[in-house]
Design a protein. Structure first.
Lengths: 293, 252
C-alpha cells in the first residue's frame, strides 16, 4: 500500500486544463455523432408522420385507381421495385465482384489502373445519364421501355461501387492466407474463390449493400427505362412500375390524395431497403464461427 | 514415406536482384535438415523454391534442377502438383480465419475435391493427433474458428493442415520464431516424430534448435551455400571459416 502511494505521488496530478480538454473533446465527438444521426432520424420520423396514415391493406395490395377515383394502392410499384432491383442485383453483383477480384488478384498493372480510373469516373456519372445510356442500349434495341432496361441502368450504377469496395476488401486479406492455400496444392482460382473471397466476405457484402441501398431509391435512371406502369407487369420487355417513379409522379400531381400516397410510398421504400439489408446481414452472420475474425 | 531431395545449380531472383547462386544440395529422405544463416541470406527463398512458392511473388523466378523423389519440380510438373506432395509450414501461423478447426485441417483435401466424409473425419483426427493438438481441440473443433486458438496451437494446427494432404516432404520456414519456449518445445518434439514418415527441411534462426532437431545442416550466406554437412560436424568442426564465425557468434 505504502509503495503504491509513493509511486502515485511521484506522478504529477492531472491538471485541470487537461481534464477540461478531455471532457470537451469527448463531448464534441459525441456531438458530431448526434449531428450525423439527426438528419437520418428526422427524415425517418417525418416520413412516418406523413406516410403512416395512408398505409393500409389496400395500399399494399391494390394497384392505382384511375384519376378521380379515391383509394387504390401501390402494390404494382412495390412489386416492380423488387423486380427491377432483383434484375439489377443479378447483373450488377456478379459483374462487380468479378471486377473486384480481377483488380485485387490480377490487376496490379496499367490495365488495372485504367479500370480503376474508369470505375471511379463511372461512380461520378450523374444517374440521369446512366438512364440515357440504358435507354440507348436496351430500350432502343428492344423497341420498348422495359423492366430489363431499368435493371440494366441500376446495375451500371452498382458495378463501380461493388468492384471498388470488393477490391479493397480482398486486398485486406493477408498474403499469408493465400500462401497457406497455395502451399496445400490448391489452384489459384480455387484459392481466390474459396479462401480469399470467403475471408473477405463480410466486407464484400457491405459493399454490395451500399450499392444496393444507393440504387434502390433512384428515380432518374428509371424515368425512360422502366418508365412506370399503372398495372402489374412481370415481363422483362414491358414497362414496369417502380416505387420511386410512382412517388415522383404522385408528388408532382395536383391531387392531395396522391400526395399522401407518395408519402406512404416513400416510407414503404425506406422500410424495404432497411429490411433487405438486415435480412442479408442476418443470413451472412448465421454461418459465423466463434472467434472468427 | 519421405523421399529425398536433390538440388542442382539452383538460382533464384527477385526482379533483377539475384537471391540464390548455384545451390546444390542433397537432402536425405526421412531425416531433418536444417538451413541456417543470417537474415537475408536466402534460406527462406531456398525452401520456397523447393515447392515453387517462390514464383508466387510478382517478378520472382527461379532456375535450376530440383528433384523430389521421382518428380522433377521445374520440368514437366505443375506448381499445384508439386505443392500437393510437399507440405509447408510458415513463419507466422496462418490458419484460415473463416473456417472451423476441423475445416482448416480438411481444407487441403476438400478444396481439391475430396468428399468422402468418413475418411475425412479419420484423416482430420489422425492429423490433429500427429500434430499433438487433438486432445486440446477435440470438443470444439467444429464450432471454433482456427483463428481463436493461441499462437502455438495455431502453428500446430497449420502443421496438422499440412500433414492432412499426406505430403512426402515437409518444409518448415522458421516455424517457431513467433512462439514461446513451451510451444517451441512441443513443435520440436513433433519434428522428431514426424521424421519417421516425412523428410523435413527446416529453416531456423536458432542454432540450438538446428542442433537439437536436425541430422544435417546447411549454412547459407549472401545467397550461397557455404557448407553442408552433418549437424554435429557443422557445430563442432566446421571446415569453412565463415561457418565458424557465424556459429560462434562473431557476426550475424
Amino acid at each position: 500500500m505504502a509503495e503504491s502511494a509513493k509511486s502515485s505521488a511521484s506522478i504529477p496530478p492531472v491538471s485541470l486544463a487537461r481534464r477540461l480538454t478531455d471532457v470537451l473533446v469527448t463531448a464534441s465527438a459525441a456531438g458530431a455523432v448526434l449531428l450525423v444521426l439527426l438528419p437520418l432520424i428526422a427524415i425517418f420520423a417525418y416520413l412516418v408522420y406523413k406516410g403512416i396514415g395512408s398505409i393500409n391493406w389496400a395500399f399494399l395490395t391494390q394497384i392505382p385507381k384511375p384519376v378521380g377515383e379515391s383509394g387504390g394502392g401501390m402494390a404494382n410499384a412495390i412489386g416492380g421495385s423488387v423486380y427491377i432491383l432483383l434484375i439489377a442485383s443479378g447483373l450488377g453483383v456478379p459483374i462487380g465482384i468479378g471486377a473486384g477480384i480481377y483488380l485485387s488478384e490480377y490487376g496490379r498493372n496499367r490495365f488495372g489502373n485504367l479500370i480503376r480510373f474508369t470505375a471511379d469516373v463511372l461512380n461520378g456519372v450523374p444517374s440521369i445519364i446512366v438512364g440515357i445510356v440504358a435507354y440507348g442500349l436496351v430500350v432502343l434495341t428492344q423497341g420498348h421501355f422495359s423492366a430489363l432496361a431499368g435493371g440494366v441502368a441500376l446495375a451500371i450504377m452498382m458495378i463501380p461501387t461493388i468492384s471498388r469496395t470488393s477490391e479493397e476488401m480482398l486486398l485486406l486479406v493477408p498474403q499469408a492466407i493465400r500462401e497457406a492455400a497455395y502451399g496445400l496444392g490448391v489452384a489459384r482460382w480455387r484459392t481466390t474463390l474459396s479462401i480469399t473471397l470467403k475471408t473477405a466476405s463480410s466486407g464484400v457484402i457491405t459493399g454490395v449493400m451500399l450499392a444496393f441501398a444507393r440504387v434502390a431509391g433512384e428515380t432518374a435512371p428509371l424515368l425512360f427505362t422502366a418508365f412506370g406502369n399503372q398495372y402489374w407487369n412481370w415481363k422483362l420487355n414491358q414497362p414496369t412500375a417502380a416505387l420511386s417513379l410512382q412517388i415522383f409522379n404522385y408528388a408532382i400531381s395536383p391531387f392531395d390524395e396522391w400526395h399522401r400516397q407518395a408519402w406512404a410510398g416513400a416510407l414503404i421504400l425506406i422500410i424495404l431497403i432497411v429490411l433487405s439489408i438486415s435480412a442479408v446481414r442476418m443470413a451472412a452472420s448465421r454461418g459465423m464461427l466463434k472467434g472468427a475474425s | 514415406m519421405g523421399v529425398g531431395i536433390q538440388v542442382e545449380k539452383l538460382n533464384a531472383w527477385f526482379g533483377k536482384t539475384q537471391a540464390l547462386y548455384d545451390i546444390s544440395i542433397n537432402v536425405m529422405a526421412n531425416h531433418a535438415t536444417a538451413v541456417i544463416g543470417p537474415s537475408g541470406c536466402g534460406k527462406s527463398t531456398f525452401v520456397r523454391c523447393l515447392n515453387r512458392m517462390h514464383e508466387v511473388i510478382p517478378e520472382a523466378r527461379a532456375a535450376g534442377r530440383v528433384r523430389i523423389g521421382e518428380i522433377d519440380v521445374y520440368n514437366g510438373t505443375s506448381a499445384v502438383q508439386v505443392r500437393r506432395r510437399i507440405g509447408m509450414v510458415f513463419q507466422k501461423p496462418n490458419p484460415f480465419p473463416t473456417m472451423s478447426i476441423y475445416d482448416n485441417v480438411a481444407a487441403g483435401l476438400k478444396l481439391n475435391g475430396f468428399r468422402n466424409r468418413k475418411q475425412l473425419d479419420e484423416i482430420v483426427h489422425r492429423s490433429l493427433t500427429y500434430a499433438a493438438l487433438f486432445d486440446e481441440v477435440k470438443d470444439t473443433m467444429h464450432k471454433k474458428s482456427g483463428a481463436s486458438l493461441s499462437g502455438g496451437q495455431q502453428q500446430r494446427l497449420c502443421i496438422a493442415r499440412a500433414l492432412a494432404v499426406e505430403p512426402e516432404v515437409l518444409l518448415m520456414d522458421e516455424p517457431c520464431s513467433a512462439l514461446d519456449p513451451i510451444s517451441t518445445g512441443k513443435i520440436e518434439e513433433l519434428i522428431f516424430q514426424l521424421k519417421e514418415k516425412f523428410t523435413i527441411v527446416i529453416v531456423t534462426h536458432n542454432m540450438q534448435q538446428a542442433s537439437r532437431v536436425a541430422e544435417f545442416t546447411g549454412f547459407f550466406l549472401l545467397g550461397k551455400l557455404i557448407e553442408f554437412d552433418k549437424t554435429e560436424k557443422i557445430f563442432t568442426t566446421p571446415s569453412d571459416k565463415r561457418t565458424e564465425d557465424y556459429i560462434t557468434g562473431r557476426f550475424g
